[in-house]
Design a protein around this ligand. Structure first.
Ligand code: PAN
Ligand code: ZN
Length: 192
């Protein structure tokens, strides 16, 4: 009887650091320049070095975005810092296929996951090493780093999901995570 072939996984996620390595892993970065318009204090943002990297993302997408048939994952490395009193954060988005959920698992650091439903009701969950968060369908999600170290988390979503940044670009979230009296606070946004 000949033995069947046992192969290695094509991708390794380092459980200590969150780093993804292997065939098909891609990497991107977002700078302060690319987040123009996202922060409450645009004057403060414009005064900072525009090449400052806010976050890097390593992605493993076994199917192209929008094509069904796989679960994708990505590690986000979100730097500590603030623009004015608002913590460094990701852009945030809804999913293009609105019925698709997501899961976030925190590897290291401290932060806040901001969740906004389609009625623009915003809530937030504390992220700490090992915390597991469900992003329900039809829910915009953004992460803020409220600590002093990089915040590292892994996201999982179905490959057919797709990303929709439009409403967040035009209207933002209805709450912002700001440092108020020395502590993170989810502050409602007054809309014009
Ligand atoms: C995450 C995010 C990642 C970067 O992988 O894409 O944290 O945030 P933005 O895409 O909002 O800039 C995810 O939510 N994937 O669906
Ligand atoms: Zn997402």
């Amino acid at each position: 009887m000949s033995a069947a072939k046992i192969s290695s996984a094509p991708v390794i996620l380092d459980p200590q650091t969150g780093v993804l390595r292997g065939t098909g892993v891609t990497e991107s970065a977002k700078t302060l320049r690319q987040l123009a318009g996202y922060f409450r204090d645009e004057t403060a943002r414009a005064a900072m070095n525009p090449e400052t990297i806010l976050y890097r993302v390593q992605s493993y997408e076994p199917q192209p975005e929008g094509v069904e048939g796989a679960i994708c994952c990505a590690t986000t490395f979100l730097m500590p810092g603030k623009v004015g009193d608002e913590y460094f954060m990701t852009r945030g988005h809804y999913h293009a296929a609105q019925d698709k959920p997501e899961m976030e698992v925190t590897v290291s650091g401290e932060g806040i996951l901001i969740l906004m439903d389609q009625n623009r009701q915003t809530r937030a969950e504390i992220m700490r090493p090992g915390s597991v968060h469900t992003v329900p369908p039809r829910t915009a999600h953004r992460v803020a780093n409220t600590g002093t170290q990089p915040l590292v988390f892994v996201s999982y979503w179905p490959s057919e999901t797709g990303h929709d940044y439009g409403e967040i670009v035009s209207r933002g979230f209805s709450g912002r995570v700001r440092e108020i009296n020395g502590a993170p606070s989810l502050v409602p946004v007054e809309e014009a």
